[in-house]
Design a protein around this ligand. Structure first.
Ligand code: CU
Length: 341
């Protein structure tokens, strides 16, 4: 007998087994996987704080309810009810004040660990993350590409993430790192891993048919192993002579072809602002607004230069919409970054 429903069930069970790869280093707790980053203990602390406060008050309130239901139940002739007391200032202050302080503390610890996880430290090792239906690609500063994520342990690593199609979300439970990847813009997150081992990266924003298969293995290695691995990766960018080509070199080449006439790299203003030392600085526009020179600002300046015109310069740049591939835009970004900030 071959009922369709049975084979569907069998397929689902099989998919679930593939979907949860065994994680050799995971010890974890009932609630969480192993803590493998500096963020993990902070994030878990917030959870346990809320958890124990909830557990304590649930027990207290349920116990009081049961006690009162029995103690003050209706018994004929024994007790016919009485006027309930009116206002109790001390009581009201207590039951407003204590929960107020406890919830403020919840907010504070949550906000602090959120900001910690959401603020990449400067000068982290940078990995580009490309999400698409339905796989992940990682690009390292030397131009190496991989479908597995490799990280050096005890290093600040920043992920600069973009999507080729729809909304995805980058989630590595062992690191407690989770951030959406929004089409059309760059988002960033970071990690400082603390434990060598193998973990799993999931997409955690429903993104279509094979969303549940959109995973990648994460390897946290000591620096020497990582350096060896990243150097050995086949280099996907090759120049005319078949030589490896880094993102910075791609950017430098495009600069020489398209941008050099108006942008200098030595700090002098030509037609447009110099790129030297511009990355990460605050730009001021003709209308008085200001904005940080980051990935999103760069991309918008390239696609729509007229939208925000830098103060003191003419709106002389034309749009490069559709001219460059994403990898070339990333190359230009890497090149400008390499000119310092
Ligand atoms: Cu996805």
């Amino acid at each position: 007998m071959n009922l369709p429903i049975l084979s569907t069930l069998a397929n689902l069970v099989q998919a679930a087994q593939v979907a949860v790869p065994s994680d050799p280093t995971a010890e974890g707790t009932f609630w969480f996987p192993v803590q493998a980053s500096t963020l993990a203990p902070k994030s878990d602390w917030t959870f346990y704080y809320i958890y124990w406060i909830s557990a304590f008050f649930t027990a207290l309130i349920v116990a009081a309810m049961i006690f009162m239901a029995i103690r003050y139940r209706y018994r004929k002739g024994v007790w016919d009810g009485e006027e309930s007391p009116g206002h109790g200032l001390a009581l009201e202050l207590t039951w407003s004040g204590i929960p107020f302080l406890l919830t403020i503390a919840m907010w504070y610890t949550g906000f602090k660990s959120y900001m910690y996880g959401d603020t990449p430290p400067p000068n982290g090792y940078e990995i580009q993350v490309k999400a698409r239906q339905w796989n992940w690609e990682f690009i390292y500063p030397n131009g190496a590409k991989s479908t597995e994520l490799h990280l050096p342990v005890e290093q600040d690593v920043t992920f600069v993430m973009s999507s080729a199609d729809v909304l995805h979300s980058f989630w590595i439970p062992a690191f407690r790192v989770k951030k959406d990847i929004v089409p059309g813009r760059y988002t960033k997150t970071w990690v400082h891993s603390t434990l060598e081992g193998q973990y799993t990266l999931f997409c955690t924003e429903y993104c279509g048919k094979d969303h549940s298969q959109m995973m990648a293995q994460v390897f946290v290695e000591d620096q020497a192993t990582f350096d060896g691995w990243v150097a050995k990766q086949a280099n996907p960018y090759l120049d005319e002579d078949g030589q490896p080509f880094t993102p910075v070199a791609i950017g430098e080449k495009i600069y020489g072809q398209h941008c050099f006439a108006c942008h200098s790299i030595d700090g002098s203003a030509v037609v447009g602002p110099s790129w030297k030392g511009s990355w990460g600085t605050e730009r001021t526009f003709e209308n008085g607004d200001t904005r940080l020179f980051d990935e999103n600002y760069f991309k918008e300046s390239l696609l729509d230069p007229g939208a925000q015109v830098v103060k003191g310069f003419p709106p002389a740049m034309t749009s490069y919409r559709g001219v460059f591939k994403d990898s070339e835009i990333d190359g230009l970004i890497a090149y400008i970054k390499s000119l310092g900030n």
